[in-house]
Design a protein. Structure first.
Length: 336
C-alpha cells in the first residue's frame, strides 16, 4: 500500500534522513517532480516515494498535487526554511570533512567486477549523466576485497552483496540497492544436468559446487552459497586456487567436473554451459557501494544511473517464491 501521512497528533519523528529533506527541497523549489528528479539524479518514482515517506513521518501533507501543477501546502511552506537550514548545515559539514571535494573533481575509480556484467552498463549511463567527470573502470572480483580498498581510500565505488560484509566495514560504507540477480550454475558440457534448460535446486543434491571458498576477496559470495545450500544436501567445494582466464577456467572445469555457482550474467565459457537455478529462484542481492562521506559528482551520477537502470529493467522486483537470505532482505528493504 502507498505510504499515508500519519494521523494528526502523531509525535514528531526522533530522526529525519537528510535525503528526504533534500528531496522535499528539490520539489519545493522546482514545483515539478520530473525536473526535481533530474536535478537530484534519481528516478522520479524514487523521488515520489521519498516525499511520501517524509509526509508519513511528519504526519502532514507537504504538497497539493494535481494533474496540472504541484504547490506547497501550508505545512510545506512551514517546513521549507527549516529544511534549507538543515541541508545548508549538512553541506557545510560534508565540505569541511570531504576527502575529495566535488569542485575540480579527480577521476573516480569504479570496480565493475568483470567485463560483460551489468555494472558496465551502469558505468556507461553514469558517464552520460556526468560527461564532465572521468569515471574509470577497474575489473576486480569481490566486494570484500573492494571494501578494504574503499575504506583505505584506494577505490571509490564497487558492486556486490553488501549484507555479506563485516558489520564494522558496513558502518563505514554507504549502499544503494541495484538488483536482485538470479543465480545460475555453470556445468561441464558432459554433466548429466547440462541437458536441462534450467536446474531445480533439488537436482543439485549430492553435488559439490564451487563458490569461491578460500578466495579472500569474495567471502560474501561463499557465505551466500552456504546459506543457499544449507539443508538441501549440496556441499560447498573446499578452497582451491582461483582459475584466472578463459583457458584456465576451461582446463579446470574439464579436469574436475565441479559445477560452479555463478551470477545470472556469467558469460559462457568453452567446454561448459550456464543454466538458471529454479524451485526456488535464488537471488543474489547487489548494491552499489561507496565510502560514506565521499563527495564527488561521479558518485551522484553512478547513483542516478543505478536507480534509472533498475527502474527501466525492473531489477528490484523479486519473482514470486524467490529465495533471498533474511539478512539481505532486511538490509535491502531498509533502503527502500
Amino acid at each position: 500500500m502507498p505510504d499515508q501521512p500519519a494521523a494528526p497528533g502523531t509525535p514528531a519523528p526522533a530522526h529525519l534522513e537528510p535525503r528526504l529533506l533534500r528531496a522535499f527541497l528539490a520539489v519545493a523549489e522546482e514545483l515539478h517532480f520530473t525536473r526535481a528528479a533530474a536535478r537530484l539524479y534519481v528516478a522520479q518514482q524514487a523521488l515520489s516515494r521519498d516525499i511520501r515517506r517524509l509526509e508519513r513521518e511528519l504526519g502532514v501533507e507537504l504538497f497539493a498535487r494535481s494533474t496540472r501543477q504541484v504547490a506547497l501546502t501550508a505545512d510545506g511552506a512551514r517546513l521549507l526554511p527549516y529544511a534549507r537550514r538543515v541541508l545548508d548545515a549538512q553541506d557545510e559539514l560534508l565540505a569541511a570533512f570531504a576527502r575529495h571535494p566535488a569542485a575540480g573533481a579527480r577521476p573516480l575509480l569504479v570496480d565493475v567486477n568483470s567485463p560483460g556484467l551489468v555494472f558496465e552498463r551502469i558505468l556507461e549511463r553514469a558517464r552520460e549523466f556526468a560527461p564532465q567527470c572521468e569515471l574509470m573502470a577497474r575489473y576486480e572480483s569481490g566486494l570484500t576485497g573492494a571494501a578494504a580498498e574503499m575504506t583505505a581510500g584506494r577505490l571509490d565505488a564497487s558492486f556486490g552483496r553488501y549484507a555479506g560484509l563485516d558489520p564494522a566495514v558496513r558502518a563505514r560504507l554507504s549502499q544503494q540497492p541495484v538488483r536482485y540477480e538470479p543465480m545460475t550454475v555453470v556445468l561441464p558440457e558432459d554433466h548429466p544436468l547440462a541437458a536441462l534448460d534450467a536446474v531445480p535446486l533439488a537436482r543439485l543434491a549430492g553435488e559439490t559446487v564451487y563458490a569461491g571458498a578460500g578466495n579472500p576477496r569474495t567471502p560474501e559470495w561463499t557465505d551466500l552459497a552456504g546459506r543457499l545450500f544449507e539443508g538441501r544436501g549440496i556441499a560447498v567445494a573446499p578452497p582451491a586456487p582461483l582459475a584466472v582466464g578463459v583457458e584456465e577456467f576451461r582446463r579446470i572445469m574439464a579436469k574436475t567436473g565441479t559445477p560452479v555457482l555463478a551470477a545470472g550474467d556469467f558469460p559462457a565459457m568453452p567446454g561448459s554451459v550456464v543454466r538458471p537455478l529454479t524451485d526456488p529462484v535464488p537471488l543474489s542481492p547487489v548494491s552499489l557501494v561507496w565510502p560514506t562521506g565521499l563527495v564527488h559528482p561521479g558518485i551522484d551520477a553512478l547513483r542516478a544511473a543505478a536507480a534509472t537502470l533498475a527502474e527501466e529493467n525492473d531489477w528490484l522486483r523479486k519473482p514470486p517464491g524467490a529465495w533471498i537470505p533474511a539478512i539481505d532482505a532486511l538490509i535491502m528493504m531498509s533502503q527502500d
